[in-house]
Each structure stands twice: as C-alpha cells, then as structure tokens.
Ligand binder design. Structure first.
Ligand code: PMP
Length: 420
C-alpha cells in the first residue's frame, strides 16, 4: 500500500508544525497517515487508500463521520450562533438529556476537553472536603495536566511522566495499583482524613481495556463514602459508549461525580461533569469556581444533542456490542487456529487484543507482557487489508458499523492472522 503522499506531507508539516502532529500521542504511529475525508465508518487518506476504521478518532466518533443528523443540527446552529460566551437554550436541552440518560445525575457542568473536566472534579472534591490529596491508579489516563499525568515508580510512589512536571505539582497525588481493594482500604485507613477523592476509569480502556474485578468499583464508592472522600468515575471513554448511561448504567453504580467527553458530542469539542445535586454545592455557593470561554458553545451543544438522540434509538448498544463481540470471537478463533496465543479484554464497544497473554489482564502491569511486535505486524496487515485500528491494540465500535463492514473486517482478520 502506498503512503508516499502522507510521507511527503509529514515532511512538509514537520517544518512548521512541531513534530508534524497536533497531539504528541500521534507522532510515533507508523505509517503516519494524512487523511482527506471521513464518511460513516470510513477514513480516506491522501494516497487514495480507504479504510473501515475502528479508531473513531480515539473514541469520539461513536456515530461515525459526516452523520446527516449531526451535520444538519450543527449547520442549523451555525446560522444563529457559534459561541456566545453567554447563555443559550441548548445548554438546558443538553443538560436535561444527560440528566435523563445517566443514572444518578441531577446536574452537570460543561467544559471542552476531558482533561479540563477532570480538573474540575478534582477542584470540586478539594473544595468540598477541604483536603488536598487525590488518589488515582496506575496505568489510568486522566489527561495531560501535571497533577494527573503520573506513573508509579518501582517503590509505588508517584512519578512524573515527562519533563516539565515539578514534583510539588503532583506531591498530593497518590498512585495505587488498580483492582486492589485491600490497597485502597489500607491507604484510606491510614490517610483517609487527608484524601479529597479517588478517581478511576471504570473500565481501564487506556491500558488494555481491563475490566474491574467484581465488587471493586462498588467497594471504591463505599470506601470513599466511609472516609468522606468523593468517588469519581472518569467516563471520558466509557460515557455514552458502554451504554447510553455509561458505566453508571453498565455496572449499576453511582459515584459522586462522573466525567464525560469523547463520545458525548460525536467528534465535536465538548465535555461535562455530572453528579448528584449536593456534590456541586461548592460551585453554587462560591467556595470554588469553574470557568471557560468556550464552555457551552452552541454548535458543540447542537452536536452533543444530535449525538445523544442518535444513540438513544432502541437497539443501538446491542448492535454495537454485537459487532464488537463478533470481531473479538473471530480474532481469538483465528489467532488460535494459526498457533498464536491471544486474549481480548473489555466490552463489545471498546476492547483490546493481547497477543501472548494467557489470561485476561486485570491491571496495567499485566498488559505489559503482551507481544507488541506481533500486534504491530497484525495491525500493518489489517491496514494493507483496508482496516484501520489504533496502534495500542484497542478497538472502538460505532453505531454506523454495519454487517457490510463486519464482513470486510472478519475477512481481513482471517488474512491478518494467517499472514503474521
Ligand atoms: N480521561 C480519559 C479516561 C481519557 O481517555 C482521556 C483522553 N484519552 C482524557 C481523560 C483526556 O481527555 P482530552 O484528551 O479530551 O483532554
């Protein structure tokens, strides 16, 4: 497959755009493709190649690209306003939709990105509790700001992920292994009165789509309540993806706060924090603040409302999960047929594949033993067969992947597993 035009554009871009990319995550992807157009579940690159695509732009494109309902809603909105820096009726409509769709959410606030919305939850938790420490888990991603872009070093201490992160900016961030209720219990027993909140991805999609162990999330919420800390689900990925009501609906659990972004606006720039009414007291009474010039921009609100309407059609999530599960089954069956060990973890609409793992991973550390070279060869082969998947072995399914794309994808998997 020819990628020469993409390569030429990357060289040209690198002269004027740092690293030739707009997000550092993208710079190590090979081949580094430039895309011209996207339509439904397809991406079209500048070399004339087209792909059934399962990256969904790292999650947002839950109803694909160029969706007529989103286009119509956004176009209509553009005629009247883009952004006002003031109030708009669609803010109420979107908030009402979220409150109606997501269990246990009475109120929301709007931001633009997942990173920002996460910061809003941390600030609310600190202002509410009067405590400074926050707890997060190893391998989880909560955005790129200094207090959360943290890994765990060999002694179990928080460590910076990159340069430019002064220790004092994350000294109140405690990192624990995930899916380990004993570790959380011990920490809360010893330092509970200093801990403002515990934040978790409810499914660890960012590190191999590990599922929570039975009772882990419920235990986390309980422990937080017992120690006066807020529980936070970072649903930037799982929100509107694993169910219309996200992980709250999927697991029937209600933490204090949940963060939404990505899928909620179908590719437009929108994020939100939701929770029960009382958890926002600190914002209402002015103990803390939440700001943003672009918060609640009208065209993004219109996109989010259209996206949630599309996702609300009966049967949407069953179809998406079914599509993903059919892919998972074929991946595992064909891998084994060709003598490869493979497990897939996660749920139908968001899952990861792991070559050479014998068991389902339950935390980030377990995923490190997966055979990345084999996956890279498989991914390249899928690309050659016109199927695009993310470089970290994660698959996202959209509401516009149909049986036609499934058939193409299953055939590509057969070819890919035979070739590696
Ligand atoms: N939280 C999670 C769970 C995420 O996956 C991401 C983005 N991948 C973020 C937060 C940050 O969101 P954004 O990139 O919109 O700032």
């Amino acid at each position: 497959m020819d990628f020469s035009r993409s390569e030429a554009l990357h060289s040209e871009a690198s002269e004027v755009l740092v690293g030739g990319v707009s997000s550092g995550f993208r710079k190590s992807i090979t081949p580094l493709q430039y895309f011209e157009r996207a339509d439904g579940p397809y991406y079209y690159d500048v070399d004339g190649n087209d792909f059934v695509e399962y990256t969904l732009a790292w999650g947002p494109l839950i109803v694909g690209s160029n969706h007529p309902d989103i286009n119509a809603a956004v176009r209509a909105q553009l005629e009247t306003s883009y952004t006002l820096g003031a109030q708009h009726k669609l803010e109420i409509e979107l908030a009402q939709k979220m409150v109606g769709a997501v269990p246990g959410i009475d109120q929301v606030i709007f931001s633009n990105t997942g990173s920002e919305a996460v910061q809003a939850t941390l600030r609310i938790a600190r202002a509410t509790t009067g405590r400074d420490k926050i707890v997060r888990f190893s391998g989880h991603y909560h955005g790129w700001f200094n207090n959360v872009l943290i890994s765990m070093d060999e002694n179990g201490n928080a460590a910076a992920m990159c340069g430019g992160q002064p220790e004092k900016e994350y000294e109140d961030t405690l990192v624990l292994p995930w899916n380990d209720l004993d570790a959380l219990t011990k920490l809360l027993q010893s330092q509970g009165d200093e801990i403002a909140c515990v934040i978790t991805e409810p499914i660890l999609v960012n590190s191999g789509s590990c599922m929570p162990q039975d009772g882990f999330l419920a235990g986390l919420i309980e422990l937080c309540r017992a120690h006066g800390a807020l529980s936070i689900f970072d649903e930037v990925i799982t929100g509107f993806r694993v169910a219309l009501g996200g992980a709250r609906e999927y697991f029937d659990l209600q933490p204090d706060l949940s963060v939404y972004a990505k899928a909620m606006a179908g590719g437009f720039t929108m994020s939100a924090v939701g929770g029960h009414r009382g958890v926002f007291d600190a914002l209402r009474d002015g103990r803390t603040v939440h700001y943003g010039t672009y918060n609640g921009s009208s065209h993004n609100l219109a996109a989010a409302i259209a996206t949630i309407d599309i996702l609300s059609h009966p049967g949407t999530y069953e179809r998406m999960h079914g599509h993903g599960n059919a892919i998972r089954e074929r991946l595992e069956a064909k891998a084994h047929e060709h003598g490869h060990q493979l497990v897939t973890s996660g749920v139908g609409t968001a899952f990861s594949m792991h070559f050479d793992l014998e068991e389902l991973p339950i935390r980030h550390a377990d995923t490190l033993a997966a055979n990345k070279e084999k996956f890279a060869a498989f991914r390249r082969n899928m690309l050659e067969n016109n199927v695009l998947i993310l470089p970290d072995a994660r698959w996202y399914i959209s509401a516009v992947h149909t049986d036609k794309e499934l058939e193409h994808t299953l055939a590509a998997i057969d070819a890919g597993m035979a070739a590696i």
